[in-house]
Design a protein around this ligand. Structure first.
Ligand code: SF4
Ligand code: SF4
Length: 65
């Protein structure tokens, strides 16, 4: 399944992704950078498209066995 991942070094903590995520899967960790809860993320890519800093990628993740 696809999941969003954030390049946390480049994230500017603007909060756009937090607001746009339909699953409320993203929070701003300690006010520093976005953090994705992969258990909630459905890989819809809305955050990736909305991020003004282009630091989110939605990538295929291995399914835990
Ligand atoms: S939209 Fe992009 S820059 Fe803004 S908080 Fe989310 S990941 Fe960081
Ligand atoms: S891919 Fe969709 S569900 Fe996952 S964090 Fe981004 S907006 Fe939320």
């Amino acid at each position: 399944m696809k999941k969003a991942t954030v390049n946390q070094r480049e994230c500017v903590a603007c909060g756009v992704c937090v607001k746009i995520c339909p699953r409320r899967a993203i929070s701003i960790f300690h006010g520093i950078c976005a953090d994705v809860d992969e258990d909630l993320c459905i890989g819809c890519s809305k955050c990736q498209k909305a991020c003004p800093a282009s630091v989110i990628q939605v990538v295929q993740k291995e399914v835990a066995s």
